[in-house]
Design a protein around this ligand. Structure first.
Ligand SMILES: Cc1ncc(C[n+]2csc(CCOP(=O)(O)OP(=O)(O)O)c2C)c(N)n1
Ligand code: SF4
Length: 361
């Protein structure tokens, strides 16, 4: 029999998602922008993990990097500047079965979105958060961002940025309940892909900072690291990044780092010279907020409809009531029942939950 006509083969083939199945509209980033590499790595991740497009959501704020949801054929939410995280948390809380990713820029996350970022780390919801760090505001044409290094000239700091940059790694590592932190660079795509996979597989809030080139506004900004691979420190571990022979030939500066060691992770992330690339920290034991708040009781649509019905019945204006008593202008209002029935947490076993039809009679 021709295998191409085998029904089981066809069914299996039909369910397999190819790279193209995740591709959305054509990206409009500048050529050479690091966002292209990050998109490719994420497309590969979706394909390798066979994420159902209808169960995958990309949420973003505003910025060049935040255009991501348009370029993926999954669900997407291009939200407001700095607000990607609360939107993603809302989605995850209501639909824990969805694979939720957040793409955010250094301005989006570390400037206007800082409060959401800090609290999202503490809530530790099962989200994969990719922060594209190009050290500048790209979309609005080159203003200094909190991660711009001191001295960087921009439209808002023509004489050079006055302050030391905020370090998103040490900041994340300093928040209660931190559970996954990694750093990648757009110009090392194999490592980027490996780290994105590890971040996705971690159950909890995975924060991955990707050093991202913006050739339009800072064309030579990362050249020092590109031209001298010894300025990069690859963090390898049996439970972390694995460097194959090809990678090890270029990046000779490697160190074995156990991702369970939080203090060492903090030291490595604040190294003045070397740029650590790999998994800095991972702790699978931190509880996720959606698990902490999971309801022990499930409410069927019928139960919810019954409770709502009863609540609305208290305010129903029945046209026949009062028709025979036109002479009484102000009939006494019926006493409003207290409404414990709206307390869904209390469960269905409440005396007032008789069927709505009985309640009306
Ligand atoms: C409330 C609000 N404030 C300011 C802006 C203007 N704005 C849009 S994107 C952006 C910064 C984007 O920088 P970043 O997050 O680093 O992303 P990039 O463009 O570099 O990828 C700013 C300030 C806005 N859209 N909304
Ligand atoms: S301005 Fe910079 S960050 Fe934005 S698309 Fe162009 S290269 Fe990328």
């Amino acid at each position: 029999m021709n295998p191409f006509l085998d029904e089981r083969w066809l069914a299996a083939h039909d369910e397999y998602h190819r790279l193209e199945d995740y591709q959305g509209s054509t990206p409009r980033w500048c050529s050479g922008c690091g966002d292209h590499t990050i998109l490719t790595a994420l497309l590969r991740l979706c394909r390798d993990e066979q994420l159902p497009p209808e169960k995958t959501v990309f949420v973003s704020g505003i910025g060049c990097s935040s255009r991501f949801p348009h370029y993926l054929k999954t669900y997407g939410f291009h939200s407001l500047h700095g607000r990607a995280l609360p939107v993603a948390e809302g989605i995850k809380l209501r639909r824990p079965d969805l694979h939720v990713f957040v793409t955010t820029g250094d301005g989006d996350c570390c400037s206007i979105g800082t409060a959401h970022w800090i609290h999202a780390i503490r809530y530790n919801m099962n989200l994969t958060v990719i922060m594209h760090d190009n050290h500048i505001y790209g979309l609005t044409k080159m203003q200094a961002s909190p991660t711009s290094p001191r001295g960087l000239k921009s439209n808002t700091s023509p004489r050079g940025a006055y302050l030391d940059a905020l370090n998103p790694l040490t900041t994340t590592l300093g928040v209660a309940n931190v559970s996954f932190v990694a750093q990648a660079a757009d110009w090392i795509p194999e490592v980027l892909h490996q780290l994105l996979s590890a971040a996705y597989r971690h159950r909890g809030f995975s924060f991955i900072r990707v050093l991202q080139r913006c050739p339009n506004y800072l064309p030579t900004h990362f050249d020092a690291w590109l031209q001298d691979p010894n300025r990069i420190l690859l963090l390898t571990h049996s439970q972390g990044l694995q460097a194959d022979a090809a990678l090890a030939r270029i990046y000779r500066n490697q160190c074995e780092h156990d991702p369970a060691d939080l203090n060492r992770a903090r030291e490595l992330s604040s190294h003045p010279e070397l740029m650590p690339i790999g998994i800095l920290y991972r702790n699978e034991q931190v509880p996720c907020y959606e698990d902490v708040r999971r309801r022990t009781q499930t409410f069927t649509p019928e139960m919810i409809a019954r409770v709502l019905d009863e609540e609305f019945d208290q305010f129903t204006v029945e046209p026949w009531v009062g028709a025979a008593t036109v002479a009484e202008p102000n009939p006494p209002a019926p006493a409003r029942a207290t409404s414990p029935s709206l307390n869904l947490e209390a469960g269905p076993a409440q005396p007032r939950l008789e069927p709505a039809s009985e309640a009306r009679s």
